[in-house]
Design a protein around this ligand. Structure first.
Ligand SMILES: NC(=O)C1=CN([C@@H]2O[C@H](COP(=O)(O)OP(=O)(O)OC[C@H]3O[C@@H](n4cnc5c(N)ncnc54)[C@H](O)[C@@H]3O)[C@@H](O)[C@H]2O)C=CC1
Ligand SMILES: O=C(CO)COP(=O)(O)O
Length: 349
């Protein structure tokens, strides 16, 4: 990034990761190659087990913790760890956990807040940055770190590229300086809405692609779903104020391709399970992890309806998830839609 004004590399920092699921653990492992990292989880017994095994056996087995990674369940100690120049506080819980986690941070001295979750809040239809704004106000610099990044690969040190989106230039610089390097590239963006909408809606589309693949509809159908899915992301995202270029980038098309095609995706696996006729509760139970596309499908369907944005694939996924529609009927309904001009259908609304 020699041509970029953003700084990179340099000082060892103190970083706290709040949330010890697959993604929080993977990010903590990657950052502890270069920084002093504390991984906090809310369950004392689980964190004690993790500390003894030096491995997150439940959520990310087989990825040993580096020496600079400490783990614990003491919230005050976790916050105290994130101090000093360039310190970072990272929220690594699902969208459903973000509001309660932020409530715990209210009124405490924190350097900043970087969130990793992808989705719209189920009940309110809010994006993560709007939840942060509601709970913490504008006083704390914050940003979304997103992009195509399976936890298992990041924890193993395989290459990936992410985007930090924030209104704060200082926060963007801090995150790039701390995270960019080695096998991780970090790009910066000011388009918080665009980055968050891409990360949220791609999970719903991964469920759709899983359904199509599970029904054996072929690679042509998969490519069509991904491409028309990108049109849905772009329609909703630009209506909400995101930039079209963002949807063509890492957090839009990049993450959409990864999640729709990679069998490590939990959301794609939900779709594969639905195609086998499994009940949603069984699929989610077997996953043992969050599948953000499930609550997000409902939130996006309602938001799009309110805004008058056409999102047929999202609506079809929500129909299967919540209205008892059969996966085969979902496909038939999508195919039976009236023909339309490709580019006009991709424009806003
Ligand atoms: N796993 C992955 O490859 C990636 C996941 N993400 C996103 O990161 C978020 C978290 O995903 P995962 O860690 O994979 O999920 P996970 O299902 O593996 O783990 C979720 C963790 O969050 C914790 N949690 C839930 N509510 C909490 C709260 N209120 N306070 C503290 N901890 C809480 C749970 O105890 C659990 O440890 C999701 O929004 C996901 O979309 C983003 C990029 C990659
Ligand atoms: O967001 C992810 C990869 O970028 C992870 O996707 P899943 O939650 O579908 O596993």
């Amino acid at each position: 990034m020699s041509d970029s004004p953003l700084k990179q590399g340099g000082a060892r920092r103190r970083i706290t990761v709040l949330g010890a699921g697959a993604w929080g653990s993977a990010v903590a492992i990657a950052l502890a190659q270069r920084h002093d990292v504390l991984l906090w989880g809310r369950n004392g017994a689980v964190m004690a087990e993790m500390a003894a095994a030096r491995d997150n056996l439940a959520y990310l087995p087989g990825c040993p913790f580096p020496p600079a990674l400490a783990v614990g369940a003491d919230f005050a100690a976790a916050l105290a760890h994130a101090h000093g120049p360039g310190a970072l506080l990272v929220a690594a819980c699902p969208v459903a956990g973000l509001r309660p986690l932020l409530e715990q941070l209210k009124g405490r001295a924190i350097p900043n807040i970087v969130w990793l979750c992808k989705g719209f809040e189920y009940d309110t239809g809010l994006l993560p940055h709007q939840i942060v704004q509601q709970v913490l106000g504008g006083a704390v610099p914050g940003g979304a770190l997103s992009g195509p990044s399976f936890a298992q690969e990041v924890a193993r040190g395989l290459p990936c590229a992410l985007t930090i989106a924030s209104d704060s230039a200082a926060l963007r610089e801090d995150v790039v300086a701390a995270v960019h390097g080695g096998n991780i590239r970090v790009y910066a963006s000011t388009d918080l809405v665009g980055v968050e909408v891409g990360g949220a809606v791609k999970n719903v589309l991964a469920i759709a692609t899983g359904v199509a693949d599970g029904l054996g509809l072929g690679l042509n159908a998969r490519a069509a779903l991904i491409t028309r899915g990108l049109a849905e992301i772009t329609r909703l995202g630009s209506t909400l104020g995101g930039q079209v270029e963002t949807f063509m980038g890492l957090t839009g098309m990049g993450d959409l391709i990864l999640t729709c095609t990679g069998d490590l995706s939990r959301n794609r696996r939900v779709g594969l399970g639905l195609a086998q006729g499994k009940p949603l509760a069984t699929i989610v139970g077997e996953l043992g992890h969050v599948a953000e596309g499930v609550p997000c499908a409902k939130a996006v369907r309602e938001l799009a309806r309110k805004l008058g944005v056409d999102m047929p694939i999202t609506n079809a996924v929500a129909g299967v998830l919540f209205d008892g529609d059969l996966p085969q009927a979902m496909v038939a309904r999508l195919l039976a839609r009236d023909p339309r001009d490709e580019m006009a259908a991709g424009a806003a609304k």
